[in-house]
Ligand binder design. Structure first.
Ligand SMILES: Cc1cc2nc3c(=O)[nH]c(=O)nc-3n(C[C@H](O)[C@H](O)[C@H](O)COP(=O)(O)OP(=O)(O)OC[C@H]3O[C@@H](n4cnc5c(N)ncnc54)[C@H](O)[C@@H]3O)c2cc1C
Length: 455
């Protein structure tokens, strides 16, 4: 989460939508606090407005039942299919949540643990041998409905044409369990957690980079800061990308991961307030979705025909912009920085350098949909910037992708396998990216760490 302000407008630089708020509620309760005393969660309704270049438009209601009715009105016959799909997706969520999300993960062994044996006869219901797109195109007739559901694969940086259909849990979480906004911007959650930590005596060292993790006799013994200060510690929990932690903070000689999740190009724009018929969250779909993922996975050049996500929180929150302006957060998915360097060294500069040209492609594409904001000021955030600012490897938004049925099994776990008392948390560790999973990741690490103290 991050926040920047310019031209009187406030922008979240990371997450713009919160799902599974009960995870945050649980976290606050676990430290003796109430979430509602610190932040105000608001339903996002419609959860999202979707548009296609043929002029069709669909506003997805907050409530799952209303969503099915609205889909039926949008595309006759699809309401019942979506209802069935959400039932199936809920079943997958219920079957998997305690194994793949809310507990430490032990790989294939999980399936043979007594508490999980009930899953074995239902393994086929998890649909991990099919891709998300396979399931969507077999359940829905309308290609727009297929595309709408396919897009949920990008929530963890994956491709619907490769990711296992087990990821149906993602649309279930947003449509079935709801989409939320935090008054004052999503960054208010980070501020709330900071406040709770300080109230409980935690010391936070801001603007201090960790340059290495020290290890003595196979055990993490502390960290060294950029200014060479050493801090000794009984345990080290790294919230940096796991690959970055291992390669740069531990100095291990490890190979680059080759299955990175996608990155993004973000345009933050202050605009003149105008009624363009947009909602808080909006998606303008590409006409060639397979082609777009080809570009993200293997392409070298930015494309005009990208799927564009626009969030404008000032639509619902007057604290985010003066009354005559709006705060637009515009995102397209992009290849992680440098992923294609070896394939075509001449053209990577298109993603690396000319960010203004890329931004113009996005602005031109918005105009194809009749969306021509009057831009006052714009800041461009590239994959390189995300890599350097957050130390995420190559700007990948979620560590490894879930582009294989084995991804969940390969994701690094909380407990380091080679250095004692070192723990990994965050989007590149189990259970994955996105605010609720990252928070869960931290809580799992805390539980495991505390359990070692009583050993
Ligand atoms: C543009 C964008 C939009 C997103 N939208 C959503 C959304 O709508 N909803 C959602 O749930 N998720 C969303 N996500 C995903 C979500 O933001 C991430 O999954 C989550 O932030 C990952 O949390 P993290 O703690 O693992 O990593 P980060 O949030 O990246 O935190 C890691 C922190 O560690 C710091 N750090 C790294 N290395 C060092 C070091 N050596 N020394 C000191 N500090 C260091 C970094 O600077 C950073 O502040 C989005 C992500 C992006 C980038």
């Amino acid at each position: 989460m991050g926040r920047i302000t310019f031209d009187g407008c406030v922008f979240d630089t990371g997450p713009t939508l919160i799902t599974m708020p009960f995870v945050l509620e649980h976290f606050f309760q676990s430290v003796g606090a109430l979430l509602q005393d610190y932040v105000t969660l608001e339903r996002v309704d419609p959860a999202c407005q979707y548009r296609w270049s043929d002029g069709s438009q669909f506003d997805l209601p907050f409530d799952a039942n209303d969503a099915c009715d609205a889909i039926e009105r949008f595309s006759r016959g699809e309401g019942a299919s979506v209802r069935q799909y959400l039932d199936d997706a809920r079943e997958i969520y219920e079957l998997t949540k305690d194994v793949f999300i809310f507990s430490p993960f032990d790989g294939f062994r999980e399936f043979f643990k007594k508490k999980n044996l009930h899953m074995l006869p239902k393994l086929h219901r998890l649909r991990f041998t099919k891709t998300l797109h396979d399931v969507h195109s077999s359940m829905f007739r309308d290609p727009r409905v297929v595309q709408l559901f396919d897009r949920f694969a990008t929530y963890n940086g994956s491709s619907p044409y490769l990711a296992p259909a087990t990821l149906m849990v993602i649309p279930w979480v947003e449509i079935g369990l709801g989409a939320w906004y935090v008054r004052g911007g999503i960054y208010s959650i980070a501020e709330a957690i900071t406040k709770i930590a300080l109230e409980r005596g935690v010391r936070i060292h801001l603007h201090q980079g960790v340059s290495s993790i020290t290890v003595e006799r196979g055990r993490a013994s502390g960290v060294v800061l950029d200014d060479d200060t050493s801090i000794r510690a009984d345990h080290v929990i790294s919230n940096a990308d796991v690959f970055t932690t291992r390669k740069h903070l531990l100095g291990l000689d490890i190979a680059d991961p080759n299955d990175l999740s996608c990155s993004g190009l973000v345009l933050l724009m202050s605009t003149e307030r105008a009624d363009l018929g947009l909602a808080h969250h909006n998606v303008l779909f590409s006409d060639d979705y397979p082609g777009e993922f080809e570009t993200i996975l293997h392409g070298n050049r930015p494309r005009r025909d990208s799927t564009i996500y626009i969030s404008r929180s000032a639509h619902v929150d007057e604290t985010q912009a003066p009354s005559d302006r709006e705060n637009w957060f515009v995102l397209i998915n992009a290849p992680p920085r440098g992923v294609n360097v070896s394939q075509d060294p001449t053209s990577t500069s298109a993603w690396r350098g000319h960010s203004e040209a890329q931004a113009q492609l996005v602005i031109d594409r918005m105009a194809d949909f009749g969306i021509r904001p009057s831009i006052r000021h714009m800041e461009i955030r590239t994959p390189d910037l995300m890599a350097s600012q957050w130390s995420s490897h190559k700007g990948a938004l979620y560590g490894s992708s879930s582009n294989s049925m084995f991804s969940a099994f390969l994701r690094p776990r909380q407990r380091s396998s080679d250095v004692k008392n070192l723990w990994y948390v965050g989007g590149s560790a189990h259970p994955g990216g996105g605010v609720p999973l990252v928070a869960t990741s931290g809580m799992i690490a805390a539980e495991l760490l505390l359990s070692t103290l009583s050993e």
